[in-house]
Design a protein around this ligand. Structure first.
Ligand code: A2P
Length: 331
């Protein structure tokens, strides 16, 4: 059974400001850039953009830290006649913004395209016309020069530690979950004090190679810095050796002994996950199998005596709490 306690020191995170601008009184930003950030040659019906918003002169200027989110309020009303609620988007920009001065933030909206399905009692069971997600489509539609209502920042748990060089990093993402890792990698490697000396691994999971996001940025980073490593887990394409596609968790497992294990077993290892809710479960089981549980997660009594091979999602969801060395942001 895995170890249950840890003597590994936990990282120290910075104090951050939150909710400087609330949804009750959003401020106005202006779109200054919008471009497709998929690798391209599209195979799946995925539309993802990189959108930059100028927040200069608002109380948000200089206040949005790498790893935090900001809010966007779409204009108009929902189907009950109420103003749309604020939606949160991960920052893809570093603390100093896209402009170097904290005046321009960015994010990575993905269009939501689906068919209507009945959600609650009273909904028309026959309705199946096209459904377009409200806020992400709105943001993807915005043009340079358009104004947009913004709030934030939010989040105090998904941050880089104060002392960047004291840790090594494994960033796991699926799809647009890559946004905060673009932000953090910029923070780590483009810092005014010079690039980090830490080992940094990005593990990016997508259905097809053409769905990779910010691929050029990560490829260039890997070419420039020996301590940056970019791994892609493509789920719906065969691998070079003819084996089937794989998920991010499987990639970490495959390269555990050689690449990830030594980092995770050391005092320096930190893991961050952002993306689909399912991605955390394989990792919890892997950590338990490898006996590195204590540093990364606390097991409550109800799960302690169950062999990890028998853990199901519900059990893990209820009885595992990540420590401050495992940052999980899933949806
Ligand atoms: P798949 O859809 O082939 O099952 P996107 O957000 O662009 O749709 O990409 C999400 C990626 O994460 C896809 O490659 C998807 O695979 C994959 N995925 C789905 N479920 C999991 C999971 N439990 N753990 C890790 N990756 C997952």
């Amino acid at each position: 059974m895995p170890d249950e306690t840890t003597t590994v020191p936990m990282p120290v995170f910075p104090e951050v400001e939150m909710n400087i601008v609330t949804p009750k009184a959003p401020v106005t930003g202006t779109v200054v850039k919008s471009e497709v950030c998929l690798k391209g040659g599209r195979k799946s019906a995925s539309f993802v953009r990189h959108v930059e918003i100028d927040i200069s002169g608002t109380p948000l200027e200089g206040k949005c830290r790498a790893g935090q989110s900001f809010g966007i309020v779409a204009p108009g009303e929902d189907d009950r006649g109420k103003p749309h609620k604020v939606r949160l988007y991960s920052l893809a920009s570093p603390t100093w913004g896209e402009d170097g001065e904290g005046k321009v933030v960015s994010t990575t909206p993905k269009r939501v395209i689906d068919e209507y399905t009945p959600q609650k009692e009273g909904d028309d069971p026959e309705r199946h016309d096209l459904f377009l997600g409200v806020c992400s489509n709105y943001i993807c539609d915005l043009r340079v020069g358009d104004e947009v209502q913004v709030t934030g920042p939010s989040g105090k748990r998904f941050l880089l530690p104060v002392d960047h060089n004291k840790h090594d990093y494994i960033f796991m993402a699926t799809g647009t979950g890559i946004a905060p890792f673009r932000s953090m990698c910029k923070e780590l490697f483009e810092h005014p004090d010079g690039p980090t000396t830490s080992q940094v691994h990005v593990v990016m999971g997508v259905p097809y190679t053409t769905d990779l996001l910010y691929d050029e940025f990560f490829v260039a980073l890997a070419e420039k810095h020996d301590n940056f490593h970019y791994h892609t887990a493509v789920s719906r394409e065969r691998q070079e050796d003819g084996s089937r596609g794989l998920y991010v968790g499987q990639l970490v497992e495959q390269k555990f002994e050689e690449v990830f294990g030594p980092i995770l077993s050391s005092d320096r290892g930190l893991m961050y996950m952002c993306g689909l809710v399912g991605m955390q479960f394989g990792i919890y089981q892997l950590f338990a199998e490898k006996g590195i549980t204590g540093a990364y997660m606390t097991l409550k009594d109800d799960i302690k005596d169950v062999p990890c091979s028998e853990w199901d999602r519900e059990l893990m969801r209820r009885y595992i709490k990540p420590t401050h060395r495992l940052m999980v942001e899933v949806y």
